[in-house]
Write a protein that binds this ligand. Structure first.
Ligand SMILES: [Zn+2]
Length: 388
């Protein structure tokens, strides 16, 4: 065959192969391009359905194909943290920080902030703190770094640093006065345990200057006076709680009674609690009051007090206490047995449903906390634990 004819046949074939090859590559590219967003949608759907494991796997595959999508890497890191996979989040952010991508300083700061959050969640407080103290001057992430530092100092019970950090964060909108007062109370509480009353007193004064409504400061100030056997000063301080928030009186009433008792002033104390129960019938000190009335006044006074409480603030606890108080008046054994069953049932109900609860996150506990252990808010737990 003539060489020219051969070339005439081969040349179009080359073009044809090239065209087919191009078509195949384009199809692959288009297929991949379609797959990337689809996996992203699958991930979002899985998140909506609360299937975070599926969401994580889909997102991971997208990132393996498109590692330059830094924002998606941040999303995956947050997802790891949400699932408690803190080690994976640490690995991801550390790898990203050391990657060959050209990253701006802002992006580097953001990665460091994410890494600090990973360490904080993993309980590696020191490593988180090391990163954050270097980030506080960051233009875009300095404020967030300070917020996280504030949380870390609280976790670490480093109250002095917490006070300084809260002051740096304070603005005209958010003053942090509740928190700063509570941090001072924490320092005072530690000092009281060590009988260092001068330090304790100083920090409680700071607490009240920062937040004059800080009930805890007055509770502790009264405690200092009580421990120093200065009972009338303790009583004067504790009585101020009524003006701040009467519901907290339940936390000092027993000690107050002791302070009155040591001064031989039982009558004055009875007058005081008569005033409290008249003004605040819902004040949760029923068990304490009926014991005082039984021991120092009369059985009839007990009954009258509980009847009044049932009228103004009925609850399972008050009903059980009323039955208990009148139990001996029942003559028939069957009547006593019935009353006993009803009283026990009411007490079980009270035990089951009475709790302290957080107004921010609805955390419930049998013990009162000044700071919610679940959401870390201060004074978000109501001192009232009456059964609902
Ligand atoms: Zn809470």
């Amino acid at each position: 065959m003539d060489i020219l004819v051969i070339w005439l046949i081969i040349t179009p074939l080359f073009f044809a192969f090239g065209w087919f090859a191009g078509r195949i590559d384009m199809k692959t590219v288009l297929k991949q391009a379609k797959l990337v967003p689809q996996r992203l949608f699958d991930s979002i759907d899985a998140m909506v359905d609360n299937k975070t494991g599926v969401a994580r796997d889909e997102l991971k595959q997208v990132i393996e194909q498109e590692p330059q999508l830094i924002d998606l890497q941040f999303s995956l890191g947050r997802l790891y943290r949400k699932r408690g996979e803190n080690d994976l989040a640490i690995k991801l952010h550390s790898k990203l920080l050391g990657s060959q991508f050209v990253l701006s300083n802002d992006i580097k700061d953001k990665i460091k902030l994410e890494l600090a959050q990973d360490f904080q969640k993993a309980g590696l407080i020191d490593r988180a703190e090391n990163i954050l103290v270097k980030l506080v001057n960051s233009e875009f992430y300095g404020h967030q770094a300070l917020e996280l530092l504030l949380l870390i100092y609280q976790q670490d019970k480093n109250w002095h640093e917490a006070i300084e950090t809260a002051r740096k964060l304070a603005t005209s909108d958010i003053s942090f006065h509740t928190e700063v007062a509570q941090f001072n109370c924490e320092i005072a509480q530690e000092a009281i345990i060590k009988s260092d009353y001068i330090t304790a007193h100083k920090h409680l004064e700071y607490a009240l200057t920062t937040n004059r409504r800080c009930v805890r400061a007055n509770i502790l100030l009264g405690e200092i006076h009580f421990n120093q056997e200065n009972y009338s000063a303790a009583i004067n301080i504790w009585q101020q709680i009524e003006k701040q928030n009467y519901q907290y009186l339940q936390f000092v009433i027993t000690k107050m009674f002791e302070a009155y008792q040591r001064q031989d002033m039982i009558k004055e104390f009875i007058n005081l609690i008569n005033g409290y129960t008249t003004l605040y019938p819902q004040l949760n000190i029923y068990s304490f009051i009926i014991n005082v009335l039984a021991n120092h006044i009369s059985h009839d006074a007990q009954v009258e007090y509980l009847r009044n409480a049932m009228l103004h603030s009925p609850s399972a606890r008050v009903a059980a206490l009323l039955i208990n108080t009148r139990f001996e008046e029942l003559e028939m054994p069957e009547g006593k047995s019935d009353a006993s069953h009803i009283r026990d049932l009411l007490l079980k109900y009270d035990e089951k449903y009475s709790h302290y609860s957080c107004g921010c996150c609805n955390f419930k506990a049998k013990t009162f906390f000044w700071q919610c252990p679940a959401c870390y808010e201060w004074e978000s737990i109501s001192p009232s634990n009456n059964d609902k």
